[in-house]
Design a protein around this ligand. Sequence first.
Ligand code: PHE
Length: 357
Amino acid sequence: MSNDITAIDRHARAAIDAAANPAALETVRVALLGKSGEVTALLKSLGGMDAEARKAFGAAVNALKTGLTDAIEQRRRILDAAALDARLQAERIDITLPARPTPPGSIHPISRTIEELTALFGAMGFGVQDGPDIEDDWYNFGALNIPPHHPARAMMDTFYLKAAGRNRPMVLRTHTSPLQIRTMLSRKPPIRVIVPGRTYRSDHDATHSPMFHQCEGLVIDRGITLAHLKGCLVDFLRAYFEIPDLKARFRASYFPFTEPSMEIDIAWDRKTGTIGAGSDWLEILGSGMVHPNVLANCGIDPREYQGFAFGMGVERITMLKHGIPDLRSFYDSDIRWLSHYGTSPLAPVTLHEGNAP
Ligand code: PHE
């Protein structure tokens, strides 16, 4: 019997040493110490022996079992360390390799135009204001002198939302003009702000998108006149289009929240699309002197303060400046379009401060 033990011990240790990886070692362990393993069988055979024989043989089998368990454990540590070494070797990162080039990102033309508007009007002392896309009906229409059944509401047909706990409907704002109201209610004049942001109308074709961007402007102070409006916007248009002698025309128009109201057109050539050339006129923005009712709605005394406001489409002025033919392309996220019309995030915004005489 003790010969058996010596023989088992010898071939077991040989098998343990020969196991080349943790899985092979586990197979060896099961063959020796598992439920039907060789050593387990010896332990089971103790039951059929008489007390004397069991004592001597039992001690030897237990010593065999402890010895082999230790040997397996030791071998496992060696194999684990080797496996870890191999992984570290295989997954080594060469930090001296040059970085893999990634395609550079670019600034979307809409964002770029908003940066330019911010810089140009910033140079004229305007701050930037923003507000909610989901707007109170009163700010979007009522306070702007557009009562419930006014036809201007139909022109700006929009998306109405029922809001719990409110007696007025909410709307997706149809223009950035509600920020005139919000600004005048929250600040005292003098006020000089622009409001670039998203606006919504239920329109959808080649030149209209249900979501688009506008930039509002508002100036409120004592003694503000049409001359200020004119000077400010002509300066702005010349700076934005980078044409120092760009001709602009003020054409009488109507907005419920301004009086008088004017549409501003710039000179262009309809045939070639060249801005600043030719004898045609292109409508570019809406403007006017803030209506006394609007000032009064905001608690500002129209006899003491006057002001002007303007609003323009950001996509529109971007399309004109860069010769972009289709409005829908702004929202397609076509990577070729984006890399063609996008600008480098590192390129500074040009800051012409206007060149009016
Ligand atoms: N809110 C007007 C529009 O969306 C534009 C505008 C703004 C006109 C401010 C006058 C003054 O058409």
